[in-house]
Design a protein around this ligand. Structure first.
Ligand code: 4NP
Length: 166
Protein backbone atom coordinates (compact mmCIF):
# COMPACT_ATOMS: atom_id res chain seq x y z
CA UNK A 1 0.00 0.00 0.00
CA UNK A 2 1.30 3.45 -0.90
CA UNK A 3 2.17 5.52 2.15
CA UNK A 4 -0.01 8.43 3.18
CA UNK A 5 2.10 11.56 2.80
CA UNK A 6 1.56 14.21 5.44
CA UNK A 7 3.11 17.69 5.56
CA UNK A 8 2.88 19.75 8.74
CA UNK A 9 3.10 23.49 8.13
CA UNK A 10 3.64 26.55 10.35
CA UNK A 11 5.20 29.95 9.77
CA UNK A 12 8.90 29.44 10.47
CA UNK A 13 9.31 25.61 10.52
CA UNK A 14 11.42 25.89 13.64
CA UNK A 15 8.80 25.53 16.43
CA UNK A 16 5.32 24.08 15.84
CA UNK A 17 5.59 22.03 12.65
CA UNK A 18 8.89 20.33 13.61
CA UNK A 19 7.31 19.34 16.93
CA UNK A 20 4.23 18.06 15.07
CA UNK A 21 6.42 16.05 12.70
CA UNK A 22 8.35 14.53 15.61
CA UNK A 23 5.34 13.80 17.80
CA UNK A 24 3.24 12.28 15.00
CA UNK A 25 6.20 10.10 14.02
CA UNK A 26 6.55 8.94 17.62
CA UNK A 27 2.83 8.19 18.03
CA UNK A 28 2.77 6.23 14.74
CA UNK A 29 5.90 4.31 15.83
CA UNK A 30 4.34 3.45 19.18
CA UNK A 31 1.33 2.01 17.38
CA UNK A 32 3.52 0.06 14.92
CA UNK A 33 2.07 2.06 12.01
CA UNK A 34 5.00 4.20 10.94
CA UNK A 35 5.46 2.26 7.68
CA UNK A 36 2.14 3.58 6.46
CA UNK A 37 3.31 7.18 6.46
CA UNK A 38 5.72 9.61 4.93
CA UNK A 39 5.98 12.64 7.20
CA UNK A 40 7.61 16.03 6.70
CA UNK A 41 7.25 19.63 7.82
CA UNK A 42 7.80 23.03 6.21
CA UNK A 43 7.33 26.74 6.85
CA UNK A 44 5.59 29.48 4.92
CA UNK A 45 8.43 31.95 5.55
CA UNK A 46 12.03 31.70 4.38
CA UNK A 47 13.78 33.21 7.41
CA UNK A 48 15.02 29.99 8.97
CA UNK A 49 15.80 27.77 5.98
CA UNK A 50 18.48 25.22 6.88
CA UNK A 51 18.24 25.84 10.63
CA UNK A 52 17.61 23.20 13.29
CA UNK A 53 14.44 23.62 15.37
CA UNK A 54 14.42 26.38 18.02
CA UNK A 55 16.30 25.14 21.11
CA UNK A 56 13.16 25.62 23.24
CA UNK A 57 11.19 23.37 20.88
CA UNK A 58 13.97 20.78 20.97
CA UNK A 59 14.07 20.86 24.78
CA UNK A 60 10.28 20.62 25.21
CA UNK A 61 10.09 17.73 22.74
CA UNK A 62 13.04 15.97 24.37
CA UNK A 63 11.31 16.19 27.76
CA UNK A 64 8.61 13.97 26.21
CA UNK A 65 11.11 11.59 24.66
CA UNK A 66 10.92 13.04 21.14
CA UNK A 67 14.20 13.97 19.44
CA UNK A 68 13.74 16.62 16.74
CA UNK A 69 17.34 17.84 16.72
CA UNK A 70 18.20 16.47 13.26
CA UNK A 71 15.42 18.31 11.47
CA UNK A 72 16.27 21.19 9.16
CA UNK A 73 13.86 24.00 8.26
CA UNK A 74 12.62 24.35 4.72
CA UNK A 75 10.02 26.45 2.97
CA UNK A 76 6.76 25.16 1.49
CA UNK A 77 7.19 24.55 -2.26
CA UNK A 78 4.57 24.51 -4.99
CA UNK A 79 5.33 20.83 -5.64
CA UNK A 80 4.35 19.99 -2.05
CA UNK A 81 0.70 20.47 -2.97
CA UNK A 82 1.02 17.66 -5.48
CA UNK A 83 3.30 15.36 -3.52
CA UNK A 84 1.46 15.29 -0.18
CA UNK A 85 -1.96 13.79 0.52
CA UNK A 86 -2.60 16.01 3.52
CA UNK A 87 -1.21 19.46 4.28
CA UNK A 88 -1.93 20.36 7.90
CA UNK A 89 -1.86 23.98 9.02
CA UNK A 90 -1.02 24.93 12.59
CA UNK A 91 -3.29 27.99 12.69
CA UNK A 92 -5.88 29.91 10.74
CA UNK A 93 -3.37 32.31 9.27
CA UNK A 94 -1.22 29.41 8.00
CA UNK A 95 -4.37 27.80 6.59
CA UNK A 96 -5.39 30.92 4.65
CA UNK A 97 -1.88 31.42 3.30
CA UNK A 98 -1.58 27.79 2.20
CA UNK A 99 -4.92 27.95 0.40
CA UNK A 100 -3.85 31.14 -1.34
CA UNK A 101 -0.62 29.53 -2.56
CA UNK A 102 -2.06 26.15 -3.56
CA UNK A 103 -3.42 25.23 -6.98
CA UNK A 104 -7.19 25.09 -6.93
CA UNK A 105 -7.39 21.31 -7.19
CA UNK A 106 -5.16 20.81 -4.12
CA UNK A 107 -7.13 23.00 -1.73
CA UNK A 108 -9.08 20.03 -0.35
CA UNK A 109 -5.85 18.53 1.02
CA UNK A 110 -5.25 21.55 3.24
CA UNK A 111 -6.79 21.30 6.69
CA UNK A 112 -6.35 22.70 10.19
CA UNK A 113 -4.29 20.20 12.21
CA UNK A 114 -6.56 20.73 15.23
CA UNK A 115 -9.55 19.45 13.25
CA UNK A 116 -8.26 16.12 14.54
CA UNK A 117 -8.58 17.18 18.19
CA UNK A 118 -12.04 18.74 18.40
CA UNK A 119 -12.09 18.27 22.18
CA UNK A 120 -9.26 20.76 22.82
CA UNK A 121 -11.59 23.67 22.12
CA UNK A 122 -9.40 25.72 19.78
CA UNK A 123 -8.60 25.66 16.07
CA UNK A 124 -5.18 27.24 16.45
CA UNK A 125 -1.87 25.91 17.72
CA UNK A 126 -0.57 29.24 19.07
CA UNK A 127 2.77 30.54 17.87
CA UNK A 128 5.17 30.04 20.83
CA UNK A 129 8.13 31.84 19.24
CA UNK A 130 7.87 35.10 21.17
CA UNK A 131 6.79 33.56 24.50
CA UNK A 132 8.30 31.46 27.27
CA UNK A 133 8.96 27.76 27.80
CA UNK A 134 5.42 27.08 29.09
CA UNK A 135 4.08 28.06 25.67
CA UNK A 136 6.01 25.18 24.13
CA UNK A 137 4.53 22.70 26.61
CA UNK A 138 1.03 23.88 25.80
CA UNK A 139 1.77 23.58 22.09
CA UNK A 140 2.97 20.01 22.67
CA UNK A 141 -0.25 19.14 24.52
CA UNK A 142 -2.29 20.31 21.52
CA UNK A 143 0.03 18.55 19.06
CA UNK A 144 -0.13 15.26 20.97
CA UNK A 145 -3.92 15.33 21.05
CA UNK A 146 -4.17 16.09 17.34
CA UNK A 147 -1.53 13.49 16.44
CA UNK A 148 -3.51 10.74 18.18
CA UNK A 149 -6.72 11.96 16.54
CA UNK A 150 -5.07 12.11 13.12
CA UNK A 151 -3.65 8.60 13.44
CA UNK A 152 -7.01 7.25 14.60
CA UNK A 153 -8.75 8.97 11.72
CA UNK A 154 -6.32 7.65 9.10
CA UNK A 155 -6.20 4.10 10.38
CA UNK A 156 -9.85 3.63 11.27
CA UNK A 157 -8.99 3.05 14.92
CA UNK A 158 -11.54 4.53 17.26
CA UNK A 159 -8.90 5.85 19.58
CA UNK A 160 -5.12 5.87 19.74
CA UNK A 161 -4.19 5.41 23.34
CA UNK A 162 -2.16 7.93 25.28
CA UNK A 163 1.23 6.72 26.41
CA UNK A 164 1.07 5.03 29.78
CA UNK A 165 1.59 7.60 32.50
CA UNK A 166 1.09 10.52 30.13
P1 4NP B 1 6.80 28.53 14.07
O1 4NP B 1 7.27 29.78 14.97
O2 4NP B 1 5.94 29.10 12.96
O3 4NP B 1 6.02 27.69 15.01
O4 4NP B 1 8.07 27.88 13.57
C1 4NP B 1 7.87 30.91 14.43
C2 4NP B 1 9.23 30.90 14.23
C3 4NP B 1 9.84 32.05 13.71
C4 4NP B 1 9.10 33.17 13.43
C5 4NP B 1 7.73 33.17 13.65
C6 4NP B 1 7.11 32.03 14.14
N1 4NP B 1 9.74 34.34 12.94
O5 4NP B 1 9.06 35.37 12.81
O6 4NP B 1 10.95 34.30 12.68
Amino acid sequence: MAPTRILFVCLGNICRSPMAEGVFRRVAEEEGLIDRFEIDSAGLGDWHIGQAPDHRAQKAARSRGVDISSQSARQVMYEDFDRFDLVLAMDGSNLAELKARAPHEARGKIRPFLDFAPHVGTKDVPDPFFGGAEGFDHVLDLIEAASRGLLASLTGKEKVRAKRGA
